[in-house]
Write a protein that binds this ligand. Structure first.
Ligand SMILES: CC(C)(COP(=O)(O)OP(=O)(O)OC[C@H]1O[C@@H](n2cnc3c(N)ncnc32)[C@H](O)[C@@H]1OP(=O)(O)O)[C@@H](O)C(=O)NCCC(=O)NCCS
Length: 178
């Protein structure tokens, strides 16, 4: 499965079932930090559940619908980037991402997404990429803008997040035409 070296000490690698124990420990440590984005972390979970989460990413790849890759820094699991919601008809897809609480502020997501974006436009031939962030998720919105995405608008009350309606901001980046 693919491994992509971003920098000597940063590697992006497809999540495989053999990563279940490592990812389970990571989720346990970052349960609160990632809880809004991955609400199932609030429920009890074990290595088997995390294995299924990983399998869903592999199934996505097998169906040619994107992928979910882990980010490792100096050999330690630090986060994840994903391509999902691929619409081959209209040649667009969405990006997802998260890093562990103590891995924020290092540019890991920005650097890995730069490689994913190049792959999506240059290899997959997609025309449009989207990032959807909760309006109150300042860090995530900064990631989108840092990567050259434009804000297209606010989707009002579009996410029932832990029982509370929140607005989401839609960002997009288009393939550059030469
Ligand atoms: C959203 C989230 C991934 C952002 O993490 P992040 O570390 O701020 O994002 P990046 O990896 O792009 O790092 C950017 C930061 O690293 C710094 N940085 C350091 N080296 C850098 C480099 N080489 N390139 C870019 N930025 C770099 C930037 O200055 C920036 O710091 P600042 O925001 O304090 O100015 C993180 O907060 C998170 O996982 N949140 C919970 C899950 C979530 O909300 N996911 C998004 C759902 S839409």
């Amino acid at each position: 499965m693919f491994t992509f070296k971003i920098e000597p000490d940063i590697v992006m690698r497809l999540f495989e079932r053999r990563h279940a124990a490592e990812l389970c420990a990571f989720f346990t440590e970052n349960r609160e930090h990632l809880g809004l984005e991955l609400p199932w972390l609030a429920e009890p979970f074990d290595e088997g559940d995390v294995g299924e989460y990983i399998q869903a990413g592999l199934d996505r790849l097998a169906a040619n619908q994107g992928f979910r890759a882990g980010i490792w820094q100096r050999g330690a699991l630090a986060g994840c980037v994903s391509l999902h919601g691929v619409d081959w008809n209209d040649r667009k897809a969405s990006l997802g991402y998260w890093v562990g609480q103590h891995y924020q502020g290092r540019g890991l997501v920005t650097q890995c997404l730069q490689a994913v974006i190049a792959h999506a436009f240059d290899d997959l031939g997609l025309e449009r990429l989207e990032i959807l962030c909760a309006a109150d998720n300042e860090r995530s919105r900064k990631v989108a803008l840092r990567l050259g995405f434009q804000e297209e608008g606010v989707l009002r009350r579009s996410w029932l997040r832990q029982g509370q309606w929140v607005d989401q901001v839609l960002h997009s980046r288009l393939r550059e035409r030469g």
